[in-house]
Design a protein. Structure first.
Length: 570
Protein backbone atom coordinates (compact mmCIF):
# COMPACT_ATOMS: atom_id res chain seq x y z
CA UNK A 1 0.00 0.00 0.00
CA UNK A 2 1.38 3.40 -0.97
CA UNK A 3 1.66 6.25 1.53
CA UNK A 4 -1.27 8.63 1.73
CA UNK A 5 -0.62 11.94 -0.06
CA UNK A 6 -1.36 15.27 1.56
CA UNK A 7 -4.54 17.05 0.36
CA UNK A 8 -4.00 19.38 -2.57
CA UNK A 9 -6.23 22.00 -0.93
CA UNK A 10 -7.11 22.62 2.72
CA UNK A 11 -10.15 20.56 3.65
CA UNK A 12 -12.68 23.03 5.02
CA UNK A 13 -15.98 21.67 6.24
CA UNK A 14 -18.41 24.57 5.92
CA UNK A 15 -21.95 24.16 7.18
CA UNK A 16 -24.52 25.78 4.93
CA UNK A 17 -26.76 27.94 7.17
CA UNK A 18 -30.50 27.73 6.99
CA UNK A 19 -30.63 31.38 5.93
CA UNK A 20 -28.66 30.86 2.70
CA UNK A 21 -30.89 32.97 0.44
CA UNK A 22 -33.84 30.61 0.77
CA UNK A 23 -36.68 31.23 -1.68
CA UNK A 24 -40.26 29.94 -1.46
CA UNK A 25 -40.57 26.66 -3.33
CA UNK A 26 -42.99 27.07 -6.27
CA UNK A 27 -44.77 23.79 -5.57
CA UNK A 28 -47.58 24.38 -8.06
CA UNK A 29 -45.06 24.87 -10.88
CA UNK A 30 -42.62 22.15 -9.80
CA UNK A 31 -45.11 19.36 -9.12
CA UNK A 32 -45.81 16.68 -11.71
CA UNK A 33 -48.23 13.78 -11.89
CA UNK A 34 -45.39 11.53 -10.74
CA UNK A 35 -44.37 13.68 -7.77
CA UNK A 36 -47.97 13.79 -6.53
CA UNK A 37 -48.36 10.02 -6.96
CA UNK A 38 -45.15 9.26 -5.07
CA UNK A 39 -45.49 11.97 -2.42
CA UNK A 40 -42.37 13.96 -3.39
CA UNK A 41 -42.24 17.71 -2.74
CA UNK A 42 -39.90 20.61 -3.47
CA UNK A 43 -39.43 22.12 0.01
CA UNK A 44 -36.82 24.84 -0.53
CA UNK A 45 -34.82 26.54 -3.26
CA UNK A 46 -31.61 28.53 -2.81
CA UNK A 47 -29.37 30.86 -4.73
CA UNK A 48 -26.39 28.59 -5.31
CA UNK A 49 -24.39 30.98 -7.47
CA UNK A 50 -20.97 32.24 -6.41
CA UNK A 51 -17.26 31.68 -6.73
CA UNK A 52 -15.94 28.18 -7.49
CA UNK A 53 -15.16 26.07 -4.43
CA UNK A 54 -12.52 24.07 -6.31
CA UNK A 55 -10.56 24.16 -9.59
CA UNK A 56 -11.41 21.54 -12.26
CA UNK A 57 -8.46 22.64 -14.41
CA UNK A 58 -6.22 21.20 -11.68
CA UNK A 59 -8.49 18.24 -11.01
CA UNK A 60 -10.15 17.23 -14.31
CA UNK A 61 -11.20 13.77 -13.09
CA UNK A 62 -12.67 13.49 -9.61
CA UNK A 63 -14.41 10.96 -7.40
CA UNK A 64 -17.35 12.49 -5.52
CA UNK A 65 -18.58 10.59 -2.48
CA UNK A 66 -20.81 11.09 0.54
CA UNK A 67 -19.60 12.33 3.93
CA UNK A 68 -21.47 11.55 7.13
CA UNK A 69 -21.33 10.84 10.87
CA UNK A 70 -21.53 7.05 10.55
CA UNK A 71 -24.17 4.66 11.88
CA UNK A 72 -24.75 1.36 13.62
CA UNK A 73 -22.45 2.02 16.58
CA UNK A 74 -19.41 3.07 14.52
CA UNK A 75 -19.43 6.86 14.53
CA UNK A 76 -17.14 9.69 13.52
CA UNK A 77 -15.75 11.87 16.28
CA UNK A 78 -15.76 15.10 14.23
CA UNK A 79 -18.41 14.81 11.50
CA UNK A 80 -22.03 15.10 12.63
CA UNK A 81 -23.79 16.42 9.51
CA UNK A 82 -24.51 15.07 6.01
CA UNK A 83 -22.15 16.20 3.29
CA UNK A 84 -19.82 15.26 0.46
CA UNK A 85 -16.15 14.94 -0.41
CA UNK A 86 -14.34 15.44 -3.73
CA UNK A 87 -11.18 13.40 -4.39
CA UNK A 88 -8.77 13.76 -7.32
CA UNK A 89 -9.10 10.44 -9.17
CA UNK A 90 -5.58 10.68 -10.58
CA UNK A 91 -3.58 11.70 -7.50
CA UNK A 92 -5.86 10.44 -4.65
CA UNK A 93 -5.77 13.92 -3.08
CA UNK A 94 -8.78 15.28 -1.20
CA UNK A 95 -9.86 18.40 -3.10
CA UNK A 96 -12.83 19.72 -1.12
CA UNK A 97 -15.32 18.71 1.53
CA UNK A 98 -18.63 20.16 2.76
CA UNK A 99 -21.19 19.50 5.46
CA UNK A 100 -24.73 20.90 5.31
CA UNK A 101 -26.65 22.10 8.36
CA UNK A 102 -30.37 22.60 7.76
CA UNK A 103 -31.17 23.22 11.41
CA UNK A 104 -32.72 19.79 12.05
CA UNK A 105 -32.63 18.23 15.51
CA UNK A 106 -31.20 15.10 13.90
CA UNK A 107 -29.68 14.74 10.44
CA UNK A 108 -29.62 11.20 9.09
CA UNK A 109 -26.51 9.48 7.75
CA UNK A 110 -26.22 9.83 3.94
CA UNK A 111 -26.00 6.26 2.60
CA UNK A 112 -25.12 7.27 -0.94
CA UNK A 113 -24.47 10.13 -3.33
CA UNK A 114 -25.58 10.79 -6.90
CA UNK A 115 -24.39 13.09 -9.68
CA UNK A 116 -26.40 14.33 -12.67
CA UNK A 117 -25.11 13.01 -16.03
CA UNK A 118 -23.62 16.42 -16.89
CA UNK A 119 -21.92 16.75 -13.50
CA UNK A 120 -23.81 19.93 -12.62
CA UNK A 121 -25.67 18.68 -9.54
CA UNK A 122 -24.72 16.47 -6.60
CA UNK A 123 -27.50 14.65 -4.69
CA UNK A 124 -26.96 14.02 -0.96
CA UNK A 125 -29.59 11.96 0.93
CA UNK A 126 -30.52 12.66 4.55
CA UNK A 127 -33.67 13.16 6.66
CA UNK A 128 -35.26 15.45 9.22
CA UNK A 129 -35.32 13.57 12.52
CA UNK A 130 -38.30 15.59 13.80
CA UNK A 131 -41.38 14.46 11.92
CA UNK A 132 -45.03 13.56 12.39
CA UNK A 133 -46.09 10.89 9.92
CA UNK A 134 -49.70 11.15 11.08
CA UNK A 135 -49.78 14.65 9.60
CA UNK A 136 -48.42 13.52 6.25
CA UNK A 137 -44.90 14.84 6.83
CA UNK A 138 -42.22 14.04 4.28
CA UNK A 139 -39.17 13.43 6.52
CA UNK A 140 -36.84 12.35 3.71
CA UNK A 141 -34.51 14.98 2.24
CA UNK A 142 -32.51 15.15 -0.99
CA UNK A 143 -29.97 17.97 -0.81
CA UNK A 144 -29.27 19.12 -4.37
CA UNK A 145 -25.84 20.78 -4.38
CA UNK A 146 -24.22 22.97 -7.04
CA UNK A 147 -21.05 21.16 -8.17
CA UNK A 148 -19.25 24.45 -8.86
CA UNK A 149 -19.90 26.37 -5.64
CA UNK A 150 -20.81 23.43 -3.34
CA UNK A 151 -23.80 25.46 -2.17
CA UNK A 152 -27.31 24.15 -1.68
CA UNK A 153 -29.58 24.52 -4.71
CA UNK A 154 -32.71 22.65 -3.58
CA UNK A 155 -34.15 20.55 -0.77
CA UNK A 156 -36.57 17.89 -2.01
CA UNK A 157 -38.77 15.92 0.42
CA UNK A 158 -39.76 12.24 0.19
CA UNK A 159 -41.96 9.97 2.29
CA UNK A 160 -39.12 8.17 4.09
CA UNK A 161 -35.33 8.25 4.37
CA UNK A 162 -33.75 8.42 0.88
CA UNK A 163 -31.05 5.89 0.11
CA UNK A 164 -29.06 6.05 -3.16
CA UNK A 165 -28.90 7.90 -6.50
CA UNK A 166 -27.20 7.22 -9.83
CA UNK A 167 -27.27 8.67 -13.33
CA UNK A 168 -28.38 7.37 -16.71
CA UNK A 169 -29.53 8.63 -20.10
CA UNK A 170 -32.97 7.37 -21.14
CA UNK A 171 -33.85 5.78 -24.49
CA UNK A 172 -34.72 9.21 -25.93
CA UNK A 173 -31.39 10.74 -24.92
CA UNK A 174 -32.67 12.64 -21.88
CA UNK A 175 -30.49 12.94 -18.75
CA UNK A 176 -31.94 11.23 -15.70
CA UNK A 177 -31.11 10.66 -12.03
CA UNK A 178 -32.47 7.42 -10.58
CA UNK A 179 -33.09 7.63 -6.82
CA UNK A 180 -35.08 5.88 -4.13
CA UNK A 181 -36.03 5.69 -0.46
CA UNK A 182 -35.12 2.83 1.91
CA UNK A 183 -38.73 1.53 1.72
CA UNK A 184 -38.28 -1.06 4.45
CA UNK A 185 -41.13 -3.40 5.34
CA UNK A 186 -41.42 -2.00 8.81
CA UNK A 187 -43.91 -0.14 11.00
CA UNK A 188 -45.66 2.69 9.19
CA UNK A 189 -44.71 4.90 12.15
CA UNK A 190 -41.01 4.49 11.36
CA UNK A 191 -39.01 6.97 9.31
CA UNK A 192 -37.61 3.92 7.44
CA UNK A 193 -41.12 2.80 6.43
CA UNK A 194 -42.28 2.15 2.85
CA UNK A 195 -41.74 5.56 1.30
CA UNK A 196 -41.82 7.16 -2.14
CA UNK A 197 -40.42 4.03 -3.79
CA UNK A 198 -38.19 4.39 -6.86
CA UNK A 199 -38.24 7.71 -8.73
CA UNK A 200 -36.44 9.61 -11.47
CA UNK A 201 -35.42 13.28 -11.45
CA UNK A 202 -34.95 15.33 -14.62
CA UNK A 203 -31.80 17.40 -13.89
CA UNK A 204 -32.38 19.47 -17.04
CA UNK A 205 -35.84 20.57 -15.81
CA UNK A 206 -35.33 21.76 -12.23
CA UNK A 207 -35.15 18.16 -10.96
CA UNK A 208 -38.83 17.49 -11.52
CA UNK A 209 -40.00 13.91 -11.02
CA UNK A 210 -40.65 12.26 -14.40
CA UNK A 211 -41.16 8.60 -13.50
CA UNK A 212 -41.20 6.04 -10.75
CA UNK A 213 -42.73 2.99 -9.15
CA UNK A 214 -43.72 2.24 -5.56
CA UNK A 215 -44.55 -0.74 -3.38
CA UNK A 216 -48.20 -0.77 -4.46
CA UNK A 217 -47.31 -1.37 -8.10
CA UNK A 218 -44.43 -3.75 -7.36
CA UNK A 219 -46.52 -5.68 -4.81
CA UNK A 220 -43.48 -5.62 -2.52
CA UNK A 221 -41.24 -2.99 -0.95
CA UNK A 222 -38.38 -1.92 -3.25
CA UNK A 223 -34.83 -1.66 -1.92
CA UNK A 224 -32.06 -0.87 -4.46
CA UNK A 225 -32.59 -0.05 -8.16
CA UNK A 226 -30.33 -0.05 -11.23
CA UNK A 227 -30.82 1.19 -14.80
CA UNK A 228 -29.54 -1.05 -17.60
CA UNK A 229 -26.96 0.51 -19.97
CA UNK A 230 -29.46 0.53 -22.84
CA UNK A 231 -32.01 2.30 -20.58
CA UNK A 232 -34.67 -0.31 -21.34
CA UNK A 233 -34.93 -1.72 -17.84
CA UNK A 234 -34.83 -0.79 -14.19
CA UNK A 235 -33.93 -3.76 -11.99
CA UNK A 236 -35.32 -3.47 -8.45
CA UNK A 237 -34.43 -5.67 -5.48
CA UNK A 238 -37.42 -6.76 -3.38
CA UNK A 239 -36.38 -8.24 0.01
CA UNK A 240 -39.05 -10.22 1.86
CA UNK A 241 -40.69 -8.91 5.00
CA UNK A 242 -41.28 -8.43 7.81
CA UNK A 243 -37.85 -6.87 8.33
CA UNK A 244 -38.53 -6.53 12.08
CA UNK A 245 -38.46 -10.30 12.63
CA UNK A 246 -35.18 -11.74 11.28
CA UNK A 247 -36.05 -15.25 12.47
CA UNK A 248 -38.92 -15.24 9.99
CA UNK A 249 -37.33 -13.13 7.28
CA UNK A 250 -34.27 -15.37 6.91
CA UNK A 251 -36.55 -18.25 5.90
CA UNK A 252 -38.35 -16.28 3.18
CA UNK A 253 -37.40 -15.67 -0.44
CA UNK A 254 -37.12 -12.28 -2.07
CA UNK A 255 -37.35 -11.20 -5.70
CA UNK A 256 -35.76 -8.99 -8.31
CA UNK A 257 -38.24 -7.12 -10.50
CA UNK A 258 -37.48 -6.19 -14.10
CA UNK A 259 -39.31 -2.91 -14.74
CA UNK A 260 -39.95 -1.30 -18.13
CA UNK A 261 -38.17 2.07 -17.95
CA UNK A 262 -40.77 3.77 -20.18
CA UNK A 263 -44.03 2.47 -18.73
CA UNK A 264 -42.73 1.93 -15.18
CA UNK A 265 -44.53 -1.41 -15.02
CA UNK A 266 -42.92 -4.68 -13.89
CA UNK A 267 -42.63 -7.21 -16.71
CA UNK A 268 -40.75 -10.04 -14.99
CA UNK A 269 -39.82 -11.28 -11.51
CA UNK A 270 -36.83 -13.47 -10.59
CA UNK A 271 -36.73 -15.59 -7.43
CA UNK A 272 -33.78 -14.75 -5.16
CA UNK A 273 -32.65 -15.44 -1.61
CA UNK A 274 -33.80 -13.40 1.37
CA UNK A 275 -31.82 -10.21 0.64
CA UNK A 276 -31.60 -9.37 -3.09
CA UNK A 277 -29.43 -6.25 -3.36
CA UNK A 278 -27.21 -5.46 -6.35
CA UNK A 279 -27.34 -5.65 -10.16
CA UNK A 280 -24.30 -5.55 -12.49
CA UNK A 281 -24.76 -5.50 -16.28
CA UNK A 282 -22.45 -7.00 -18.90
CA UNK A 283 -21.19 -4.51 -21.48
CA UNK A 284 -22.82 -6.41 -24.37
CA UNK A 285 -26.34 -6.00 -22.89
CA UNK A 286 -26.74 -9.78 -22.77
CA UNK A 287 -26.57 -10.50 -19.04
CA UNK A 288 -27.27 -9.01 -15.65
CA UNK A 289 -25.75 -10.45 -12.48
CA UNK A 290 -28.05 -10.19 -9.45
CA UNK A 291 -26.36 -10.44 -6.06
CA UNK A 292 -28.09 -11.59 -2.89
CA UNK A 293 -26.42 -10.58 0.38
CA UNK A 294 -28.62 -12.82 2.50
CA UNK A 295 -28.13 -16.15 0.73
CA UNK A 296 -24.58 -15.22 -0.45
CA UNK A 297 -25.45 -16.02 -4.06
CA UNK A 298 -25.11 -14.38 -7.46
CA UNK A 299 -27.63 -15.17 -10.21
CA UNK A 300 -26.82 -14.81 -13.91
CA UNK A 301 -29.83 -13.64 -15.94
CA UNK A 302 -30.04 -13.79 -19.75
CA UNK A 303 -31.76 -10.50 -20.63
CA UNK A 304 -33.10 -11.73 -23.96
CA UNK A 305 -34.47 -14.99 -22.59
CA UNK A 306 -35.49 -13.32 -19.29
CA UNK A 307 -34.30 -16.40 -17.44
CA UNK A 308 -31.75 -17.33 -14.78
CA UNK A 309 -29.02 -19.29 -16.57
CA UNK A 310 -26.46 -19.68 -13.79
CA UNK A 311 -25.87 -19.44 -10.04
CA UNK A 312 -22.77 -19.19 -7.86
CA UNK A 313 -21.71 -18.37 -4.32
CA UNK A 314 -20.45 -14.81 -3.80
CA UNK A 315 -17.26 -15.90 -2.04
CA UNK A 316 -17.96 -13.62 0.94
CA UNK A 317 -20.62 -13.41 3.66
CA UNK A 318 -23.17 -10.64 3.31
CA UNK A 319 -22.16 -9.18 -0.07
CA UNK A 320 -23.53 -5.74 -0.91
CA UNK A 321 -21.89 -4.25 -4.01
CA UNK A 322 -21.05 -6.54 -6.97
CA UNK A 323 -18.92 -5.06 -9.74
CA UNK A 324 -17.69 -6.36 -13.09
CA UNK A 325 -14.08 -5.62 -13.98
CA UNK A 326 -12.79 -4.60 -17.40
CA UNK A 327 -12.88 -8.16 -18.75
CA UNK A 328 -16.58 -8.74 -17.96
CA UNK A 329 -15.53 -12.08 -16.45
CA UNK A 330 -14.37 -11.08 -12.97
CA UNK A 331 -17.20 -10.05 -10.64
CA UNK A 332 -15.91 -8.44 -7.44
CA UNK A 333 -18.15 -8.86 -4.39
CA UNK A 334 -17.94 -6.42 -1.47
CA UNK A 335 -18.41 -8.03 1.94
CA UNK A 336 -20.45 -5.64 4.03
CA UNK A 337 -21.89 -8.32 6.27
CA UNK A 338 -25.41 -7.47 5.11
CA UNK A 339 -28.16 -9.36 6.95
CA UNK A 340 -25.57 -10.77 9.35
CA UNK A 341 -22.49 -9.46 11.22
CA UNK A 342 -22.43 -6.05 9.44
CA UNK A 343 -18.67 -5.75 9.98
CA UNK A 344 -17.36 -7.00 6.64
CA UNK A 345 -13.61 -6.90 5.93
CA UNK A 346 -13.21 -8.96 2.76
CA UNK A 347 -13.55 -8.74 -1.01
CA UNK A 348 -14.51 -11.77 -3.09
CA UNK A 349 -14.08 -12.75 -6.73
CA UNK A 350 -16.50 -14.75 -8.88
CA UNK A 351 -15.69 -16.02 -12.38
CA UNK A 352 -19.00 -15.41 -14.17
CA UNK A 353 -17.78 -17.25 -17.27
CA UNK A 354 -18.03 -20.56 -15.42
CA UNK A 355 -20.13 -19.17 -12.52
CA UNK A 356 -17.78 -20.18 -9.73
CA UNK A 357 -16.20 -18.29 -6.82
CA UNK A 358 -12.43 -17.91 -7.18
CA UNK A 359 -11.12 -16.55 -3.87
CA UNK A 360 -11.46 -13.80 -1.27
CA UNK A 361 -9.00 -11.41 0.35
CA UNK A 362 -8.89 -9.55 3.65
CA UNK A 363 -8.66 -5.81 2.98
CA UNK A 364 -8.57 -4.24 6.43
CA UNK A 365 -11.64 -2.12 5.77
CA UNK A 366 -14.71 -2.24 8.01
CA UNK A 367 -18.24 -2.46 6.60
CA UNK A 368 -17.54 -1.43 3.02
CA UNK A 369 -20.61 -1.46 0.83
CA UNK A 370 -20.19 0.07 -2.63
CA UNK A 371 -17.45 -0.09 -5.23
CA UNK A 372 -16.98 2.02 -8.36
CA UNK A 373 -14.71 1.05 -11.25
CA UNK A 374 -12.17 3.75 -12.15
CA UNK A 375 -12.98 4.86 -15.75
CA UNK A 376 -9.37 4.47 -16.96
CA UNK A 377 -8.78 0.79 -17.89
CA UNK A 378 -5.00 1.23 -17.59
CA UNK A 379 -5.39 1.83 -13.85
CA UNK A 380 -7.61 -1.24 -13.36
CA UNK A 381 -8.86 0.08 -10.01
CA UNK A 382 -12.02 -0.47 -7.99
CA UNK A 383 -12.68 2.35 -5.51
CA UNK A 384 -14.49 0.91 -2.48
CA UNK A 385 -16.23 3.10 0.10
CA UNK A 386 -15.82 1.80 3.67
CA UNK A 387 -18.30 3.57 5.93
CA UNK A 388 -16.98 2.28 9.25
CA UNK A 389 -13.22 2.47 8.75
CA UNK A 390 -13.98 5.94 7.31
CA UNK A 391 -11.96 5.62 4.12
CA UNK A 392 -12.03 5.02 0.40
CA UNK A 393 -9.97 1.91 -0.37
CA UNK A 394 -8.47 1.58 -3.86
CA UNK A 395 -8.38 -2.09 -4.87
CA UNK A 396 -5.98 -3.13 -7.64
CA UNK A 397 -8.01 -5.62 -9.69
CA UNK A 398 -4.95 -6.83 -11.60
CA UNK A 399 -2.59 -7.49 -8.69
CA UNK A 400 -5.49 -8.28 -6.34
CA UNK A 401 -4.27 -6.14 -3.50
CA UNK A 402 -5.00 -2.84 -1.75
CA UNK A 403 -3.24 -0.07 -3.67
CA UNK A 404 -4.21 3.01 -1.65
CA UNK A 405 -6.23 4.05 1.40
CA UNK A 406 -7.77 7.54 1.34
CA UNK A 407 -8.98 8.69 4.80
CA UNK A 408 -12.16 10.72 4.81
CA UNK A 409 -11.95 14.33 6.06
CA UNK A 410 -12.68 14.58 9.77
CA UNK A 411 -12.96 10.82 10.01
CA UNK A 412 -16.38 10.88 8.35
CA UNK A 413 -18.19 7.97 6.76
CA UNK A 414 -18.44 7.32 3.03
CA UNK A 415 -20.97 5.43 0.91
CA UNK A 416 -20.95 5.16 -2.86
CA UNK A 417 -19.97 7.91 -5.30
CA UNK A 418 -19.24 8.77 -8.92
CA UNK A 419 -16.27 9.46 -11.18
CA UNK A 420 -16.87 12.71 -13.05
CA UNK A 421 -14.75 14.32 -15.75
CA UNK A 422 -14.82 18.14 -15.84
CA UNK A 423 -13.64 20.83 -18.21
CA UNK A 424 -12.29 24.10 -16.73
CA UNK A 425 -15.75 25.72 -17.16
CA UNK A 426 -17.36 23.02 -14.94
CA UNK A 427 -19.19 21.29 -17.80
CA UNK A 428 -18.81 17.63 -17.05
CA UNK A 429 -19.83 14.05 -17.67
CA UNK A 430 -20.32 11.10 -15.31
CA UNK A 431 -18.08 8.21 -16.38
CA UNK A 432 -18.87 5.70 -13.62
CA UNK A 433 -21.15 5.38 -10.61
CA UNK A 434 -23.27 2.84 -8.75
CA UNK A 435 -24.88 1.64 -12.00
CA UNK A 436 -21.50 0.97 -13.65
CA UNK A 437 -19.56 2.63 -16.46
CA UNK A 438 -21.12 5.36 -18.61
CA UNK A 439 -20.42 7.26 -21.83
CA UNK A 440 -16.91 7.03 -23.22
CA UNK A 441 -15.75 4.79 -20.36
CA UNK A 442 -18.38 2.18 -21.25
CA UNK A 443 -17.48 2.53 -24.93
CA UNK A 444 -13.79 2.06 -24.08
CA UNK A 445 -14.69 -1.21 -22.38
CA UNK A 446 -16.72 -2.33 -25.37
CA UNK A 447 -13.86 -1.46 -27.72
CA UNK A 448 -11.45 -3.38 -25.50
CA UNK A 449 -13.69 -6.45 -25.56
CA UNK A 450 -14.75 -6.11 -29.21
CA UNK A 451 -18.38 -5.74 -28.12
CA UNK A 452 -21.08 -4.19 -30.31
CA UNK A 453 -24.54 -3.14 -29.18
CA UNK A 454 -27.85 -2.53 -30.91
CA UNK A 455 -28.30 0.53 -33.11
CA UNK A 456 -31.02 1.83 -30.79
CA UNK A 457 -28.55 2.09 -27.93
CA UNK A 458 -25.73 3.74 -29.86
CA UNK A 459 -28.07 6.39 -31.22
CA UNK A 460 -29.37 7.21 -27.76
CA UNK A 461 -25.91 7.90 -26.35
CA UNK A 462 -23.43 10.65 -27.06
CA UNK A 463 -21.08 10.69 -30.02
CA UNK A 464 -18.40 9.30 -27.72
CA UNK A 465 -20.44 6.15 -27.30
CA UNK A 466 -21.27 5.45 -30.94
CA UNK A 467 -19.90 2.41 -32.71
CA UNK A 468 -16.80 2.97 -34.78
CA UNK A 469 -16.79 2.08 -38.50
CA UNK A 470 -15.06 -1.14 -39.44
CA UNK A 471 -11.71 -1.06 -41.19
CA UNK A 472 -10.52 -3.50 -43.87
CA UNK A 473 -7.19 -4.99 -42.75
CA UNK A 474 -4.66 -7.16 -44.52
CA UNK A 475 -4.09 -10.74 -43.35
CA UNK A 476 -1.77 -10.58 -40.30
CA UNK A 477 1.45 -12.55 -40.08
CA UNK A 478 1.48 -15.76 -38.00
CA UNK A 479 2.64 -15.38 -34.40
CA UNK A 480 3.99 -17.54 -31.58
CA UNK A 481 3.13 -16.94 -27.92
CA UNK A 482 5.23 -18.44 -25.14
CA UNK A 483 3.23 -19.15 -21.97
CA UNK A 484 4.60 -20.25 -18.60
CA UNK A 485 2.36 -22.29 -16.28
CA UNK A 486 3.12 -21.93 -12.57
CA UNK A 487 1.24 -23.31 -9.58
CA UNK A 488 -1.87 -21.15 -10.13
CA UNK A 489 -0.97 -18.75 -12.90
CA UNK A 490 -0.32 -18.20 -16.59
CA UNK A 491 2.52 -15.86 -17.50
CA UNK A 492 1.80 -13.64 -19.34
CA UNK A 493 -1.83 -13.54 -18.24
CA UNK A 494 -2.87 -10.95 -20.85
CA UNK A 495 -2.25 -11.71 -24.53
CA UNK A 496 -3.18 -9.59 -27.56
CA UNK A 497 -3.57 -11.03 -31.09
CA UNK A 498 -5.42 -10.11 -34.30
CA UNK A 499 -8.48 -11.43 -36.08
CA UNK A 500 -7.47 -14.01 -38.69
CA UNK A 501 -3.97 -14.38 -37.25
CA UNK A 502 -2.63 -17.92 -36.93
CA UNK A 503 -1.34 -18.06 -33.38
CA UNK A 504 0.81 -20.89 -32.08
CA UNK A 505 0.72 -21.23 -28.29
CA UNK A 506 3.72 -22.92 -26.70
CA UNK A 507 3.10 -23.66 -23.03
CA UNK A 508 5.62 -24.94 -20.48
CA UNK A 509 4.63 -26.25 -17.05
CA UNK A 510 7.29 -24.98 -14.62
CA UNK A 511 5.28 -25.96 -11.53
CA UNK A 512 5.04 -29.13 -9.48
CA UNK A 513 1.42 -30.08 -10.31
CA UNK A 514 -0.35 -30.86 -13.56
CA UNK A 515 -2.30 -28.25 -15.53
CA UNK A 516 -4.47 -27.72 -18.60
CA UNK A 517 -4.30 -24.96 -21.20
CA UNK A 518 -7.66 -24.35 -22.92
CA UNK A 519 -9.13 -21.38 -24.84
CA UNK A 520 -12.78 -20.51 -24.15
CA UNK A 521 -15.04 -17.60 -25.12
CA UNK A 522 -15.48 -14.86 -22.51
CA UNK A 523 -18.77 -16.44 -21.45
CA UNK A 524 -19.66 -20.06 -22.10
CA UNK A 525 -17.89 -23.42 -22.08
CA UNK A 526 -17.28 -24.09 -25.79
CA UNK A 527 -13.67 -25.21 -26.27
CA UNK A 528 -12.12 -23.11 -29.04
CA UNK A 529 -8.56 -24.42 -28.88
CA UNK A 530 -6.02 -25.95 -26.52
CA UNK A 531 -5.31 -29.14 -24.67
CA UNK A 532 -7.66 -30.60 -22.05
CA UNK A 533 -5.23 -33.44 -21.31
CA UNK A 534 -3.04 -33.23 -18.22
CA UNK A 535 0.21 -31.33 -18.81
CA UNK A 536 2.58 -32.84 -16.26
CA UNK A 537 5.29 -30.82 -14.47
CA UNK A 538 8.23 -29.96 -16.75
CA UNK A 539 6.20 -30.94 -19.84
CA UNK A 540 5.40 -28.69 -22.80
CA UNK A 541 2.30 -28.33 -24.96
CA UNK A 542 1.80 -26.71 -28.37
CA UNK A 543 -1.43 -25.86 -30.19
CA UNK A 544 -2.60 -23.44 -32.87
CA UNK A 545 -5.64 -21.15 -32.93
CA UNK A 546 -6.89 -18.78 -35.64
CA UNK A 547 -9.57 -16.46 -34.13
CA UNK A 548 -12.22 -15.38 -36.62
CA UNK A 549 -13.80 -12.48 -34.72
CA UNK A 550 -12.72 -9.77 -32.27
CA UNK A 551 -13.42 -9.97 -28.59
CA UNK A 552 -12.03 -11.17 -25.28
CA UNK A 553 -11.35 -14.86 -24.68
CA UNK A 554 -10.16 -16.86 -21.68
CA UNK A 555 -7.10 -19.07 -21.31
CA UNK A 556 -8.07 -21.53 -18.57
CA UNK A 557 -6.79 -24.42 -16.48
CA UNK A 558 -9.99 -26.26 -15.49
CA UNK A 559 -8.13 -28.10 -12.73
CA UNK A 560 -7.42 -24.91 -10.77
CA UNK A 561 -10.30 -22.37 -10.49
CA UNK A 562 -8.98 -18.87 -10.84
CA UNK A 563 -5.99 -19.89 -12.98
CA UNK A 564 -6.75 -18.06 -16.18
CA UNK A 565 -5.52 -15.41 -18.56
CA UNK A 566 -7.20 -13.10 -21.04
CA UNK A 567 -6.70 -13.11 -24.80
CA UNK A 568 -7.78 -9.91 -26.55
CA UNK A 569 -8.48 -10.31 -30.28
CA UNK A 570 -8.52 -7.03 -32.22
Amino acid sequence: TQPIPEPALPVVQVATPVAQSAKPAPADKWETEWSRKLGIKLLQEFDSSGEPAWDPSKHPLVFVTSLGPGYGGLLSTDVNLPGLTIIDANTYEVVASRQFDLGYQAHYEPHGLGVSPDGRWFYVPTADGKYDLSKGDTPGRWLVVDAKTLKLHQVIGTRSVPHHASSYVDADGNPRVLAYDFNWQISTNSIMRPGSGIYTFDPADNNRVVGGINADVLQANPYLAFASPDAQWIFVGLPPGPIGDPDVRHHLEGLFAQVDAKTWQPVKYYKMGYDPIWAAFSSDDQFVYLCDGGSDEVFKVDLQAQAVVGEARTGVHGAYGCHLGWDDTNLWTIEKGESSHNRGKNIGLVDVGVMSPVDNWNTGWIRADHGTVHPNPDRNELWVTANSSFEVVVWDMGNRTVKMRIPMPGGGSTHSGAFVEYRPDFTGVVLADQSGLHGKALQAKRDLLGVTVSASETTSTSAEGQAKPSTVMSQPEPATVEVEMGETYFKPNQISVQVGQEVTFHGKNVGVVGHQMVVYPLTGTTVLAGNQDLIAPKEDVTFTWKPDKPGTYRLVCNLHPGMQGLITVK
